[in-house]
Design a protein around this ligand. Structure first.
Ligand code: PXP
Length: 237
């Protein structure tokens, strides 16, 4: 199980003061040194955390893989073509959300997404879609031509009752099995932390987890290398 560390919230802290630190790129390098296998960031339309400068610096400096989360807009297509991340992860975006609210509605935007994905693939970028654990949406991901999917673990992570948690875990598992059987590489993420990650690690079809908030929050207290290493230990158990 690989770990992709999302460093958006290092930029959130910087932007809270519109200051020059902390530098997301420094966090990315420390995360890599601690063992992270990829770095993720989300360039939002409103630029609330990551800026284009961060993306440029990340592209120039990181040695693993750069995964760029973005909305499927013309503006972001131009950015992706310039920066050339290894993977673009298409996510839904709405201006007033605190964080990504759910998976992309692939069924409702098949034509747009098929064309958009081809434009990214033509310049050598692998494409992922952040998708809810819904069988029809996953089947649609294959139809629009993605290389991989990231299954949304948000509902699993947020469930308060154990019964709900088990139900959502089962949904994630079934979605991972389906995506894998369709020939897609399977990643997962959203809301995963040091307490809820282990059952997801046990799903053998999932090869990579994208984790941000929990690692950055822990890093603020105990330091980033330690926070990344603790998570990697959980992923290897
Ligand atoms: N995957 C996607 C598509 C996301 O939008 C986010 C949040 O930026 C994550 C994973 C990571 O979620 P978290 O910060 O809760 O670990």
């Amino acid at each position: 199980m690989r770990l992709a560390v999302n460093i958006d919230h290092v930029a959130t802290l910087r932007q809270a003061r519109k200051a020059k630190e902390p530098e997301p790129v420094l966090a990315a390098l420390l995360a890599e040194q601690a063992g992270a296998q990829a770095i993720v960031c989300h360039l939002r339309g409103d630029r609330r955390h990551i800026q284009e400068r961060d993306l440029r610096l990340l592209r120039e400096t990181i040695k693993t893989r750069l995964i760029l989360e973005m909305a499927a807009t013309d503006e972001m297509l131009a950015v992706a073509k310039k920066v050339k991340p290894e993977v673009v992860s298409l996510v839904p975006e709405s201006p007033n959300e605190v964080t990504t609210q759910g998976g992309l509605d692939v069924i409702g935007h098949k034509k747009h997404l098929s064309e958009y994905i081809q434009k990214l693939k033509r310049v050598g970028i692998r494409v992922s879609i952040f998708v809810d654990p819904d069988e029809e949406q996953i089947a649609a991901c294959q139809e629009v031509g993605v290389d991989l999917v990231e299954i949304n673990t948000g509902k699993y992570a947020e469930a308060e009752k154990e019964q709900d948690r088990m139900k959502y875990l089962e949904e994630v598992k079934r979605a991972a099995e389906l995506a894998n059987s369709l020939g897609l590489e399977v990643h997962a993420g959203h809301g995963l932390d040091y307490h809820n990650v282990q059952p997801i690690v046990e799903i053998k079809e999932i090869s990579e987890l994208s984790i941000g908030f929990a690692i950055v929050a822990r890093a603020a207290i105990i330091g980033l290398p330690e926070a990344v290493q603790e998570m990697l230990k959980l992923l290897s158990e």
